[in-house]
Design a protein around this ligand. Sequence first.
Ligand code: FNR
Length: 404
Amino acid sequence: MASANPISGSKELGSASAARTKASLAWGAVANIEDLREIAKKRVPRTFFEYVEAGSYDELTLRANRIALDALELRQRVMVDVSSRVQSTTIVGQPALLPVVLAPAGLTGAVYPNGEIHAARAAQSHGVPFCLSTMSVCSIEDVAAAVEKPFWFQLYLMKDRGFSRSLIERAHAAGCPTLVLTMDLHVEGQRTADVHNGLGIPPRLSLANILDIAMHLRWASGMLWSKEYTFGNLKDAIRNSGNLGILSEWVKQQFDPSFERHDVEWVRKLWPGQLIVKGILDPQDAEMAVAAGADAVLISNHGGRQLDGAPSTVKAFPGVRDAVGDRIELLFDSGIRSGLDVLKALALGARACFIGRAYLYGLGAGGEAGVRKALSLISEELDTGMALTGVTDVKAVPRDVIVQ
Ligand code: FNR
């Protein structure tokens, strides 16, 4: 039996499974995202593993996301022909073989060497979008050179609007069809583990960090061949960019608390492709995003990493859906750890889910193969969930799949 882990928001295994994972889980025996998490925990240096796990402050919202998803009950239907089940869909008009997007995550290339490229390749082989973060290690151009299909780009709007414009232009030049504009990080929620581990601004290289890295030789040797060692998209923004401390300080100063609706309109005018506004929890903000020209809103609390005390996305979703759901596509993230979670989000009214940690655990566990494993697990779980709830098409999941 699995139970909610109050710290990670993921699931912990019962005693038999826990004993097995402690004794090193064989790759072929991986049964769920939690198994990938267990492997990643061993393979990724603690500083970066905890960076992935953490929520902000007391992690109330991190936990609320899981608690709310777990509390939703699925309505079992067995008197329905479910011999044909369709997972393919479109997300903001683009085809996807699964209603899932790999969410933007900063420093993915620190979880696994060239992590952004591994994740993008896994997404490509599964026919789902990969969204590259502004704060990635591998740059837009690095990823574009390594994959065949287009990927999405996530933008943090910087105070330096000229630089922001150049990021938008670079994403367009790389063939990205969709821009995800993140609205909920104009100030940074503190993550306690990052402070303790010295992953702050500027970063602190302590003896503990050096020992931690020395104990993860596979990771460290892979890192020797990494394409980048800092924030690849930002390194040209300032001189001395090889210095992570200086670059991090620049980034911190560049987050823009003045950012509001008119800036979304400014981005909308510059961006010719699809525009998703990320970080929406409130119906009024959703209305403003629609008015500014967004093609979709992503109902997200940043995986519990920003406003601690913000509602779970399960709780926030209906308000946004009722306000704008008839005019715009709705996307869901924060807390998704399985295909059954995806099914629940679709039943709430989401077109698709972004997943963050669920694929980052796979990445840390085994690079591209690990992310592919995470996507396969989610697809298989979703398929089983559909069959047992009488759902035959992810594009038409009825609201009453969730027990009222
Ligand atoms: C994130 N997230 C994020 N979002 C964003 O817009 N830009 C970013 O650079 C990052 N960086 C980032 C790093 C890490 C390690 C995590 C876990 C998350 C938030 C991310 O896109 C997504 O909203 C959450 O991860 C969803 O929650 P789950 O699926 O991780 O529970």
